[in-house]
Design a protein around this ligand. Structure first.
Ligand code: FEO
Ligand code: CA
Ligand code: CA
Ligand code: CA
Length: 676
């Protein structure tokens, strides 16, 4: 098929230069302003954020580390209106905190405690800044602002009650002292990317939750070295692992003890301790953004892993719904959920959104991706009916709940393709193709693989090798994006794919590194956030980089992709340590040009640019600036001159000089669509 040419009306702005300035830079003719930052009050009568570590009441303030974001329109009556572009709700993930030696130091007057035990007051604050915010925003007299006293505003935190739904509901592996029936849990945690359902609810993805739990040094033996130990290790918690913040030391109350995932109680089923607490995290959580009285639900049918985000394939009446998802860890997998229920377009406007979620998200098939070297691929079902899972010797799966909870082990069993850290998924509204950012990978992918390492493959062709002397870069520190097109004859289980773009520094070797021929107007590293505009069709790419931040702060790029197969096959030739040759042949999309990929924004120092939402008219773009100044360090807290960043205070927003994660809104000065 011929390549779809980029629409000439897109990317009509001048590219933003790479920058190390402590500011948000957007193209000439655009404005960016701070809309909603860490600590901003979302309830009437609450004091403005003092930003000196003394603030409390975070259950009624913005959380920290803004990440994924979605727009939900409101009509003049304050009810859902999908066409509204001047009033709406923003649902925002608060992934984590800027921390060092246990403490989220910007949140405490003196940086907080750097040793155990942690004081209850610090722990309470840190638990509460995690989770999500739903906040009303509106445009008035041409200016966007959030509505601090809106009755629609709410927070969910890492302590909020949440229902377990889907195949794992009631599983023995989810029994806790809090919920002996295994049907409830508390909190959503490390909320990374987002999703929006076709029926107007919000999806939040639980990513790096495992690190928040501790496990005693003798826990393996306490568990009889059984299946649960295999599972805990596969999810990154060896016995003796310390927790990220030491929250379990905040006191005797369950809100602290729940972070200790050790088997310490006497009961056979775990109903008197929190040995199963980790199994209650790691899901896609559905939330009704329009109704804070509805309890959120963890949709376990979509599997349990380090969920990055969740994006629906284009809904087709009478067909099942599909949801694409990545597991962001080195060597983890790409997944697809396919609903049992067939899409009824009338459900898009149903008043009981959580009931529609029950219909489509609690029953279906979960697949993992295998990318084959010939440019085709397969979705492999994760079910006991698959003999590779039924006969897997390393872990004996009991039932569908076991697969929903221990999804990574099931994917191991079927030989899925290990990817270079799958971050966001996005679907091109022009043709339904699914895109995935693979942010980077050096340590694990190696042409001379040692223990725990694996060689490059067609879908992840850049691997660590000794390229010193020929280029600055080795392996895949800059990441890439893959995309896939479902096979029209077999759309559930077959696809074709290519590598859409390779991140690289302009000027790097074009045969092995800069395979997409990036120039200075568009070079980037470590793609992470990825969102297609429904209004303009622009593919927005955001970066979370460590490999290139000596040259530029993290950024947002606008792209007009073609389609799978619009480029050519390329061969990456390696020489192994033993002198043998390794040729990896990879289908690569067309080279980038100034018309198809352009840098749109550069953020302040130490930040990640992440999450993107737009109004339906495409005239306002909401983007999150996460953890500016993250390398400041506790030792420099007393001296603002030593902060890595003073944003957004240096942009005129709010009190104090401590850097704050924030949502910004970007508009075109002439009122046009953003990015055109
Ligand atoms: Fe929270 Fe993988 O980014
Ligand atoms: Ca991310
Ligand atoms: Ca990242
Ligand atoms: Ca981050």
């Amino acid at each position: 098929a011929p390549a779809t040419p980029a629409s000439p009306r897109l990317l009509g702005f001048s590219a933003v230069a790479k920058s190390l300035a402590d500011t948000v830079t957007v193209p000439a003719g655009y404005s960016a302003s701070v809309l909603f930052a860490l600590g901003d009050p979302i309830a009437a009568g609450l004091a403005a954020y003092k930003n000196d570590g003394s603030d409390t009441d975070f259950e009624r303030r913005a959380g920290d580390h803004h990440d994924g974001i979605e727009w939900f329109g409101l009509g003049a009556d304050g009810k859902r209106n999908d066409n509204a572009s001047e009033r709406g709700l923003l649902a925002i993930n608060h992934e984590a905190t800027t921390d060092e030696k246990l403490s989220s130091y910007f949140l405490h007057p003196d940086g907080g405690t750097s040793s155990l035990p942690r004081p209850a007051a610090e722990v309470d604050k840190e638990i509460t800044v995690h989770g999500i915010t739903v906040v009303e925003v509106a445009k008035s007299a041409g200016k966007w602002a959030y509505v601090p006293g809106s009755a629609l505003n709410f927070r969910l935190t890492a302590q909020s009650p949440i229902e377990i739904a889907g195949p794992a509901r009631g599983s023995a592996q989810l029994i806790t002292k809090y919920s002996p029936t295994g049907t409830m849990t508390r909190g959503t945690l490390n909320n990374c990317g987002t999703g929006k359902t076709p029926w107007g609810s919000f999806l939040t993805a639980e990513e790096n939750w495992a690190g928040y739990f501790t496990r005693s040094a003798a826990d393996d033996a306490a568990r009889g070295n059984g299946k649960s130990v295999t599972a805990l290790k596969r999810y990154g918690r060896n016995q003796g692992a310390a927790s990220r913040h030491g929250w379990e030391t905040g006191g005797a109350g369950d809100q602290y003890q729940r972070w200790n995932n050790s088997l310490i109680g006497a009961s056979a089923d775990g109903s008197d301790d929190y040995r199963n607490a980790m199994n209650c995290m790691g899901y896609i959580v559905e939330i009704d953004p329009y109704d804070k009285t509805r309890m959120a639900k963890k949709r376990t049918a979509l599997g349990r892993f380090a969920h990055e985000n969740a994006v629906f394939g284009t809904p087709v009446a009478g067909q099942p719904l599909s949801v694409y998802m990545g597991d962001d860890s080195r060597g983890e997998y790409i997944y697809k959920f396919v609903s049992s229920a067939l899409w009824n377009a009338a459900d898009a406007n149903a008043s009981d959104r959580m009931a529609v979620g029950d219909k489509y998200l609690d029953s279906g098939r979960l697949y993992v991706a295998r990318f084959d070297a010939d440019g085709t691929g397969a979705w492999v079902e994760l079910a006991l009916s698959n003999s590779a899972i039924a006969n897997y010797a390393a872990y004996r799966f009991a039932d569908a709940a076991d697969i929903a909870i221990n999804t990574r082990l099931a994917a191991d069993a079927v030989g899925a393709t290990r990817m270079d850290r799958p971050e966001w998924a996005a679907v091109n509204p022009a043709n339904g193709e699914a895109y995935f950012t693979l942010t980077n990978n050096n340590q694990s992918r190696n042409i001379n693989p040692g223990s725990g390492q694996y060689p490059p493959d067609a879908a992840n062709p850049r691997a660590y090798t000794d390229m010193k002397g020929t280029t600055r870069q080795e392996g895949n520190p800059n990441g890439h994006l893959v995309r896939l097109k479902e096979n029209p004859r077999d759309p559930v289980t077959g696809f074709s794919w290519d590598v859409y773009l390779f991140g690289a520094e302009a000027g790097a070797d074009k045969a092995m590194v800069n395979l997409s021929a990036l120039t200075h107007e568009q070079d980037f590293s470590s793609p992470d956030g990825l969102v297609f505009s429904q209004a303009t069709g622009i593919c927005w790419i955001e970066t979370d980089d460590n490999a290139y931040t000596d040259v530029s702060n993290c950024m947002l790029l606008a792209a007009t992709p073609g389609q799978v197969g619009d480029g050519a096959k390329k061969t990456l030739s390696y020489t192994r340590a033993d002198g043998s040759r390794l040729d990896i042949v990879t289908p690569v999309g067309r080279a980038a040009t100034a018309d198809t990929l352009k840098r749109f924004l550069v953020g302040p120092k130490g930040c990640e640019i992440t999450g993107l939402a737009e109004t339906p008219d495409g005239k306002a773009l909401f983007v999150n600036v996460q953890h500016p100044g993250e390398s400041t360090g506790i030792a420099n807290l007393a001296d603002p001159a030593k902060y890595q960043s003073q944003w957004p205070a240096n942009a005129g927003y709010g009190a104090g000089k401590r850097p704050r994660s924030a949502t910004i809104v970007i508009t075109r000065n002439d009122g046009g669509s953003v990015g055109t």
